[in-house]
Design a protein around this ligand. Sequence first.
Ligand SMILES: C[S@@+](CC[C@H](N)C(=O)[O-])C[C@H]1O[C@@H](n2cnc3c(N)ncnc32)[C@H](O)[C@@H]1O
Length: 318
Amino acid sequence: MTTDRQVARAEAGAPAAAASSATGSSGVREPAALIGGGAPAPARSHDLFGADYLHFYRPILTPERTAREVDFLQRVLGLCPEDRVLDLCCGHGRHAIALAARGYRVTGVDLSAPAVALARRAARAAGVADRIRFVRGDMRRPPVADGPYHAVVNLFSSFGYFDDAANAELLRRLFAALRPGGRLLLDLRNREHWVRHPHPVHCREIGSDLFVDFSEFDPLVGRLAVRRLFVRAGRRREVRLSFRLYAYTELRDLLAAIGFSDLQVWGGFGEPYSCDAERMIVAARRPLSAPRADAARSAPPPARRRARAVLTHPDSRG
Ligand SMILES: C[S@@+](CC[C@H](N)C(=O)[O-])C[C@H]1O[C@@H](n2cnc3c(N)ncnc32)[C@H](O)[C@@H]1O
């Protein structure tokens, strides 16, 4: 078992294949999060990333940590003041608000109503509400009204929730949502790290409250199945989720087939990528002379359209 004291890192969870969907009280269609075989009930985003998740994760997602991550985003994305950024799966808005405070116009999308409510309050408190818009919605329909975007970011393991076809379709939609020359950045768990250093039980404690992830990786489908237990004020709640862990080469070929170019990869916010890196941060560009999104659907296979891949070192710039 690993505990917070032993594990200095934060493990982000993510929901699974959109095998079915349900309509929440707000009327937003929610993808159900299931793991393979007979999960008791479909979990919705408020089950997975609502108040319980925020209770355990907000304390470790400190402003200092977020500021370091946003420093990296600024270096890599090469943004100019007033550029438009989409923070897809923005959670409680920590990156979106920091980006708005640095002069960008930001749209944040998230399915979790408690997270979006917190994000809106925090934006007002930070005095950036006029440069930021939070939308409660499904990432599979990225808001086009504020685009096209100079950059789309998806941070802290918020990609891979759906089946392979739907994950690929989401990347195509993000390509279409970007301006020519715009950049996509995905911050994911590193599959190779998991295989080398699996931690099937991960535990967080806050006073007498407890959060435990029991995780199992299935190499046949490349998915991590997680049984997540929350115990808060003596109340016990369990949710199940699963998400795809992509090998770098799989993601590289997927992005290349869609039409992205100039791939870069890091093993953390500015660290070199390796099998032992906990994160896999991938950046890619929509080329200036991009094919139309619908043309990208019929892009030639990856072997003939391989994106240029660059293994990036800590001090490299995008
Ligand atoms: C691990 S959290 C990361 C949040 C944020 N990016 C951060 O760094 O703190 C994953 C987020 O994805 C959101 N999410 C999950 N499924 C979603 C979907 N289908 N559409 C939009 N957001 C979704 C969750 O509500 C949650 O806030």
